[in-house]
Design a protein. Sequence first.
Length: 276
Amino acid sequence: MSGDKPRVRCPRLSALGASLVALGWPAGSALAQGAAQQGPSLPGADEIEEREGRPKPYAEDVRTGHVYIDAVSSAVFPVGSLAPGSSLTDVASFGVAVGGSLGVGVSRHLELDARGAWGLLTGPNACESCESTFATAGLGLTAHLTVGASIDPWVRLGVGYRMFELEHGEDESSRVLQTSNGSYHGVDLAQLGLGADFYPVPGFGFGPWLEVDMGTFVAWPDEATTQGTRIYAFFMVGLELELDPVMWASPPSSTPAPAPAPATPARAAWTEIPRF
């Protein structure tokens, strides 16, 4: 129509539009590619705690500074040499002993104690008139394998002094008569004990134990006889009762001390910017 005006195209605007389209496509592609390569973010402290569980708190120290009073009873079986040419089994077969100990906790697992016991031994069939007794005193260190548990296994190592008293008649065999009546004094070079205590309530426990005391006699009534070795061992198995007065005075807290919180892992910082 004659009234319509002819459309005039601007070459500059057309070139600008084409340039924007050409620049926009690579930029969009680069941004999409960078987002795809970024991947999921690292889990935070809350997510790690949900997956692995909360750390178990440490058991409360119920031993350091505590005082332990023990009462023990046991069966006793002696072996070894009492005099040159004479053994303990010639004059003593087995017996019973009673005693006690006083200990103090020096760490979460260690206890220092002083022990004493007295025992009575019966004579063997070959020596009906033999009567003997013994007494011991020693110092030891006990290692407890658990803390705050109802069952407490333990191991004890100590040293001590021993006195053995012997009396027999003059009508025994010549082998028995070679062993003089009187007091024999010895040194327990090693007292090795094992046991486990069960605690039905805090501050009171009981359980079985066994021990072997090994040493040598260093003094005897027959001073003229000095030659020969006099190494001995006393095997004991019995029952132990233990009291902890400090536990009664200050029972342990019902809420255990919390463990230190784990360090929060740092989140990855994605600072790489895709280039157009």
